[in-house]
Design a binder for this molecule. Sequence first.
Ligand code: ZN
Length: 417
Amino acid sequence: MILEKYSMGIGDRFCRQGKAQLDAIFKAKQSGIDIVPVWNKSHREHSIIGTSPADTRLEADEAVKDRAWSDAYYVDADHINLSNVDLFIESSDFFTLDVADYIAQAPDPTNLKEFVANNRKYTGTLEIDGIDEAIVITESDIERIGAKFLLAVKEAAKIYRHIEKAKGAGNFITEVSVDESNEPQSPVEMLFILSAIAAEGIPAQTIAPKFTGRFNKGVDYVGDVAQFAKEFNQDIAVINFAIKEFSLPANLKLSIHSGSDKFSIYGSIREALQRFDAGVHLKTAGTTWLEELIGLAVAEGDGLQIAKDIYAHALTRYDELCKPYATVIDIDKARLPTPDEVAKWDGAAFASALRHDQSCAAYNLHFRQMLHLSYKIAAEMQDRFLDALAKYEDTIAPNVTENIYERHLRSIFRIDR
Ligand SMILES: [Zn+2]
């Protein structure tokens, strides 16, 4: 199983928008850009919502059948580890091995010695195609990188072998993710992470580093765009080098997590992809759920009421909801509208505060982040929420499609129409 050049992770909290999501990918295809959809969902999301990996598979299969999609598509067991991978074996064919928790844990000293010995040949000045400046690498750099990442890669190998045993080699796509770590990884660190991945025999097709800057959930990038662009280009150059040097899969590419809504870096991403003729996996999760809220709000009546109730209830459980996302949100509580203010809004007011349109004065990124992590409240509403999704499908689906196509795909892949 070989992942295509361009792929998009279309996480969908409630597994109800598969068709509307696929419509966006279809539109890109009609405009000449082939992207394959990957329905990703993590164990964390499944447990908060009460869905199972089989629900994601069903959603994907149904959407593909309904829209007669004949290209490839995948179901991604997102951010799994050894403790929960078994739940995903049957329904998934894409596995994101999350080993960020193992970063900076000391590896076995013998393994570290072996790692340093294997990579000693890269000490001195290393030239990599596509990187202008010379890279100077010392043995202590290699040792430091090994000490930081080797155990994490060993853990990825354990998870990979576990899946390989169950599904058979070549029958699934492997991603290694270290994005949920405290510090970004430099291109040089990524080079040696890839060296370790290859030494373990993990046929990684995507790698998800933590990039420089903040990738907050559902809102724009915060950070130094020029620095991001520089490192993103270098990361691609490193990957191209690693594919040849370490015999990694030829289609190995970057996976950008929390990739939705990072509008200010899409230009840099697009230019880098063009420059290297590189592929990319853009992973999103949770913004489709915000489009569901927008669709409910603009439907007015009980749709709007549900959206308002979710917000009001979420505020009363602020700390609990923020906790799992503490490192990927920046909410200024003082900038959140009060439930009394929101109660007076019509659907259009609710939608324009929430919709990610930075040119709109009413857009409130604090409100948007707060609702982004409030899906637990909607899950607790059970049928009241799920029935409303069905009832207001006509106003929700166009928002879901437009968000993916207009604000994401068109900008990353420069689709004129
Ligand atoms: Zn991630």
